[in-house]
Design a protein around this ligand. Structure first.
Ligand code: DOR
Ligand code: ZN
Length: 405
């Protein structure tokens, strides 16, 4: 067993923990604060087919280094996860990569909604955490942009008691805006093309489908005050609607384009600076349920391509907790809120059973985000060079203690 003494709970009192394990370990955690193992409801670990960007050997280490012991992976792989057979193949690949890495990461998979394969949903309902719907195009070619298919997905999900996780960007408006900015080589135009209206239209539609079918709705990566106003109405009306935001929408904004260039390109895009505070307010008011890293690695070569060719997405799983803890030191968040955002709400929403996984954090440790020290295969971060305060030191997953040095 692992015996941890002198750990500090987020409430402040000193705690002693005993975790079943094949290892016999005495850990004096004086100076460290204990959190439940973090749950990341939104990652793109790229297996199968996109393993030049990331695979589960590197990503599982990145997760552990970020304090995460559970992740939910998205289906926009190559090929996408849209049939029962591909789901089985994907699981087998992941399991063998995790075995190789020696990291028994807990994971669940989202199933991709695809017009031609909605009939697969009943067959996979017990093997997935939910259905992922891209209402607008993003990385990969999964998209459901016609009303008939959208209705069908929400209906079949409700019939099978499955949650729908939505990438809410309206394809039709995005298409129009794209025409207006055609040929742009300016990364910053990304935020103008995929504007606030693109997001709100889709959120509005998704909520109306939930109202109609009763489908549980998890709104991924919300980034604006306007979307949150819609979420507020829906929650007040008692609809089963849950809201996620991301570290990049909390801590980055459009002012970052000059420094980050293509590395700032992400879907939904970075917003104006005032939206950062709107998201923090929505955390304070309890409107936002979770922070998902939306860890979406691409290579530095891909991200250096001109606008139009540069793929959207950035890595995030290793920096999410240190960013949130830095915000704690700055008085923007409490430790209780961080725990809610990074584990307890996800556990409730996705009905996960309790684990004994924990992460021990040195709240005072200050370190600069350094690409050389990251575990992710893509080896870059939009937060490189930033000094963050509060880093995981030990992650204990299924009774295995990982010392993060
Ligand atoms: O920026 C993004 N990257 N948004 C997405 O919706 C997908 C993700 C990816 O897979 O690269
Ligand atoms: Zn994503």
């Amino acid at each position: 067993m692992i015996h941890i003494s002198n750990a500090r709970a987020i409430s402040g009192e000193t705690r002693e923990l005993v975790i079943p394990s094949a290892q016999n370990l005495e850990l004096d955690a004086a100076g460290l604060t204990v959190f439940p193992g973090l749950i990341d409801p939104h990652v793109h670990f790229r297996t199968p087919g996109l393993e030049h960007k990331e695979d589960w050997r590197t990503a599982a280490r990145a997760a552990i280094y970020g304090g995460y012991t559970t992740v939910f992976d998205m289906p926009n792989t190559l090929p996408p996860t849209i049939t029962a057979e591909r789901l089985r193949e994907k699981k087998a690949l992941i399991d063998s990569q995790l075995l190789e890495a020696g990291v028994p990461l807990r994971y669940q998979l989202f199933f991709g909604a695809d017009k031609q394969h909605l009939d697969q949903i009943p067959a996979v309902k017990d093997a997935v955490v939910g259905i992922k719907v891209f209402m607008g195009c993003s990385t990969g070619n999964l998209v459901i942009d016609d009303d008939e298919s959208l209705h069908a997905v929400f209906e079949v999900a409700a019939q099978n008691q499955l949650l729908v996780a939505v990438h809410a960007e309206d394809e039709a408006r995005m298409h129009e805006r794209n025409q207006q900015f055609q040929g742009s080589k300016n990364y910053h135009d990304h935020s103008a093309i995929r504007d606030v209206e693109v997001a709100t239209r889709a959120v509005e539609k998704a909520i109306s489908l939930t109202r109609q079918y009763g489908t549980r709705l998890y709104l991924l990566h919300l980034s604006t005050r306007e979307e949150l106003a819609l979420v507020k109405q829906a929650k007040n009306a008692g609809l089963p609607v849950y809201a996620e935001t991301t570290p990049h929408h909390l801590f980055l904004n459009e002012d970052c384009y000059p420094a980050l260039q293509g590395r700032a390109v992400v879907n939904p895009p970075l917003r104006r600076a005032e939206q950062n505070s709107a998201l923090f307010e929505a955390i304070q008011s309890g409107l936002i349920d979770t922070v998902g890293s939306d860890h979406a690695p691409h290579t530095t070569v891909e991200k250096a391509k001109p606008y139009g060719e540069c793929p959207s997405g950035m890595p995030g799983i290793e920096t999410t907790l240190p960013l949130l803890l830095t915000a704690y030191h700055q008085g923007q968040l409490t430790l209780e809120q961080i725990q809610r955002l990074t584990s307890s709400r996800a556990q409730e929403i996705f009905k996960l059973s309790q684990t004994e996984d924990v992460v021990l954090v040195d709240l005072n440790k200050k370190a600069e985000v350094s690409p050389q020290q990251l575990q992710t295969k893509c080896a870059w971060s939009a937060f490189a060079g930033k000094v963050l305060q509060g880093w995981p030191v030990y992650t204990i997953l299924r009774g295995t203690c990982f010392h993060l040095i």
